[in-house]
Design a protein around this ligand. Structure first.
Ligand code: FAD
Length: 523
């Protein structure tokens, strides 16, 4: 076995550890190039017999797309001794995760929180005023810096693992051939044993909305705004719309959040959702729920007008259209290999992330829900493991957490109270308020709440929902407890740091205990 030298993301040292645990037969299987018939019925082309009869470079894996799914799949393959390449059409790697999504929006959130810190946590007797009139350029500066650092990290990791990055637009020619078309129109064919489609997703755009008007943007376009809007209407209170509402409101922008459904993010615990709504209203966000939008039009004065179905209109400096995303599966030549995406562009895969074509896998946003950077990375790694028979990571964890970077933030894992009740589970709920926690008080978070759902009989933790400071981090402790079958007893026996927000878990466990054992009444 020859995991290549490299730091990448820790997969390298894990590769060595996994290799050490393998049987001699398994090791042997990894040392040898895999047989041509890995998949029943799928005779793989030999690299020496390329599709067009010319000599073309050959690989074990070509990932189309360098977002988290493509990056991690290529790294796993390379670190387990395979020749992997990534075809990427953008100038720098990272996909939506780095360039237009996760990292970009989260870096902006951190900047917004710095700008508002003195307002949120005032120092008694000290009159420091938060900076007003922050320019868009200054607001975006830190995000750009973090993105550049991420580009370097990804490129450095891929390089040291021996993954080639091929610049250009990738397209499937047949089950083992990818065509790469460069910006100058020239193209080359690459031969490969496996292909991973990791092309991500794009914001869904409504017909009749003029996205060429400078005041009308989607989640990609909002990062290109040249000046800070004074007012912003956001159509769609999903995760992305709600996060941007919080970020811009934190800077003093007058934000209206419009949602056709009766509330925001229905998959969240109701109590947690209510606290988020209160936090949003506190910072001045106007919430219009159960209000559908009939049109958005650009005005000559540079603003945009949003008209609701009930007739209300509002003119704002900017409108962010944030109603869903579609998988990037068009123009990939998938029809030539019998892979047919659904009407939202999503590709169907099996539990190994294999498509209808035996040598073509797909992972990340292009396969649809849950469409997160976190799950996309895992899916990419898992797909690569199945391709090459690597017993390293073969399935996605049962307990996948959700982090929503609104202000306040939300973390959620496992069952919500409503889901447990709907599933007729016999549960007991423990609550812990930030205001009753010393660290919560120091942070000035009066509204924060951690809610833990336990099985009433066994005391096992079934789910955690948190709203407040560090909620997206706190949730991981609950995730581990759920995965390892721990619950009330374990939380009560564990000694936590003081003062810490993690201690909220112990408070919630005692609260659940009090609710499940009416010891006060018995005493
Ligand atoms: C505003 C926003 C905030 C988000 N926040 C979070 C968050 O907090 N946490 C979280 O987990 N997730 C978050 N996400 C989701 C996350 O960004 C995506 O789930 C993740 O990036 C998907 O990864 P991917 O590898 O499938 O695709 P992507 O990251 O989209 O990468 C796809 C890559 O493929 C390339 N490509 C496309 N077609 C071709 C082609 N034909 N040839 C060559 N290259 C091609 C693209 O240029 C791109 O680089 C957010 C998304 C958005 C938009």
């Amino acid at each position: 076995m020859h995991p290549r030298a490299g730091r990448a993301d820790g997969t390298h040292s894990m590769a060595r550890a996994v290799f050490a645990l393998m049987s001699p037969r398994q090791r042997d299987g990894l040392r040898k190039p895999p047989p041509n018939e890995l998949v029943s019925g799928a005779r793989l082309k030999s690299p020496s017999q390329p599709a067009d009869g010319h000599s073309v470079p050959s690989y074990d894996l070509i990932c189309i797309g360098s977002g988290p799914a493509g990056e991690k799949a290529a790294l796993v393959a390379a670190q387990f001794g395979r020749r992997a390449a990534i075809v990427e059409l953008a100038p720098r790697p990272g996909g939506a995760m780095v360039n237009t999504g996760t990292v970009a929006s989260k870096a902006l959130r951190e900047t917004a929180l710095v700008a508002s810190a003195m307002r949120r946590r005032p120092i008694p007797g000290y009159d420091a005023v938060a900076p007003v009139g922050l320019s868009m350029q200054r607001f975006m500066a830190r995000r750009t810096l973090v993105q550049m650092e991420e580009h370097d990290r990804i490129e450095g990791g891929l390089e040291s693992a021996g993954v080639e990055i091929v610049r250009g637009r990738g397209e499937v020619v047949d089950a083992n051939t990818v065509r790469v078309t460069r910006a100058d129109g020239s193209s080359e064919l690459l031969n490969t044993q496996y292909i991973l489609i990791a092309t991500g997703s794009s914001p869904a755009r409504a017909k009749g909305v003029d996205f060429t008007h400078p005041a009308i943007v989607d989640a990609d376009g909002i990062l290109e705004l040249e000046s800070m809007p004074r007012s912003l209407a956001i159509v769609g209170a999903g995760v992305i719309g709600s996060e941007y509402a919080s970020i811009f409101a934190e800077l003093g922008v007058a934000v209206t959040l419009i949602e056709p459904r009766s509330t925001l993010m229905r998959f969240l615990d109701e109590e947690i959702r209510e606290i988020l709504k209160q936090g949003m209203e506190d910072v001045g966000i106007r919430l219009l729920f159960g209000r559908a939008t009939s049109s958005v039009e650009g005005l000559q004065n540079g603003q945009a007008r949003t008209t609701l179905v009930d007739g209300e209109t509002m003119d704002t400096d900017c409108v962010l259209w944030s109603l869903g995303r579609n998988g990037n599966s068009r123009g990939l030549g998938l029809e030539t290999v019998g892979v047919v995406p659904d009407e939202r562009g999503n590709i169907k895969v099996d539990s190994h992330y294999r498509t209808a074509c035996a040598t073509i896998f797909a992972a990340g946003d292009v396969i649809g829900f849950p469409a997160l950077a976190s799950t996309s990375m895992e899916q990419g790694r898992i797909a690569a493991c199945h391709m090459f028979g690597i017993p390293f990571l073969t399935r996605l964890a049962d307990t996948v957490p959700m982090g929503i970077y609104t202000i306040p933030a939300i973390g959620s894992v496992g069952l919500t109270e409503e889901e447990a009740v709907a599933g007729a589970r016999d549960i007991v709920v423990g609550r812990a308020h930030y205001r009753d926690n010393a660290r919560g008080r120091m942070l000035g978070d009066d509204r924060g709440l951690l809610k833990a759902v336990f099985d009433r009989k066994t005391g096992a933790l079934l789910g955690v929902s948190v709203v407040g400071e560090d909620a997206t981090e706190l949730v991981h402790f609950g995730q581990l407890a759920i995965a390892s079958g721990h619950g009330i007893q374990h939380l009560i026996e564990t000694c936590f740091n003081y003062p810490s927000l993690t201690e909220l878990y112990k408070t919630a466990a005692y609260d659940a205990l009090a609710a499940s054992i009416p010891y006060r009444a018995a005493a």
